[in-house]
Design a protein. Structure first.
Lengths: 112, 116
């Protein structure tokens, strides 16, 4: 069953622009992670934010978490063509810190 | 260093046949996971192994699915009497406990299973 739901389902932008993807989930979480998947490198972990954190940065990535709204956003700044991929949020909840429940993903296309 | 490897990369089988999918985790990783990715269901957790603990099999969709992990390293996912709805990409991941990024899972390239 899906816990996270990303929106938009697809996003197309020009190189250099920022891309924002959102994720909503249904139950209380332990942590929320974002993953990227493209044909070249498979599924790759990007960033993890814990339930008691509100914002986290890693390079050009910025993740926010609003537990009151059960939502998270991933911002990619100064996008590059190489950022073209599907982006998934994944949550862990309950007594498990390992079982990832993935959303359906956002397909990001960055046009050169 | 070497990442998670999976074999075969592609598998086509006839309905009703059994298949075995193999996963070699990153050396030293004590946790191993299997997921399934399909168009209809997205990415789904199947099973989790951690050290010598009993595996969490809560995601296995039916008793036709089983997995084992030998010697705390290589894992095999077996699907018996395959059905067309088993067609999907099967992803294996591993992670390391006891270190800072212990919740980060490293995924293999997957095995694309097609049941005809």
């Amino acid at each position: 069953s899906q816990q996270g739901e990303e929106d938009p389902q697809a996003l197309s932008i020009q190189e250099g622009e920022n891309a924002t993807m959102n994720c909503s989930y249904k139950t209380s979480i332990n942590n929320l992670q974002w993953y990227r998947q493209n044909s070249g490198r498979g599924l790759v972990h990007l960033i993890l934010i814990r339930s008691n954190e509100r914002e986290k940065h890693s390079g050009r990535l910025r993740v926010t978490l609003d537990t009151s709204k059960k939502s998270s956003s991933l911002l990619i700044t100064a996008s590059r063509a190489a950022d073209t991929a599907s982006y998934f949020c994944a949550t862990t909840s309950g007594g498990s810190n390992y079982k990832l429940t993935f959303g359906k993903g956002t397909l990001l296309t960055v046009n050169p | 260093g070497a990442g998670v490897s999976q074999s075969p990369s592609n598998k086509v089988t006839e309905k009703g046949k059994d298949v075995e999918l193999r996963c070699d985790p990153i050396s030293g990783h004590t946790a191993l996971y299997w997921y399934r990715q399909s168009l209809g269901q997205g990415l789904e957790f199947l099973i989790y192994f951690q050290g010598n603990s009993a595996p969490d099999k809560s995601g296995l969709p039916s008793d036709r699915f089983s997995a084992e992990r030998t010697g705390g390293s290589v894992s095999t996912l077996t699907i018996q009497r395959t059905q067309q709805e088993d067609s999907a990409v099967y992803l294996c991941a591993s992670s390391s406990y006891g270190q800072g990024n212990r919740y980060e899972q490293y995924f293999g390239p997957g095995t694309r299973l097609t049941v005809t």
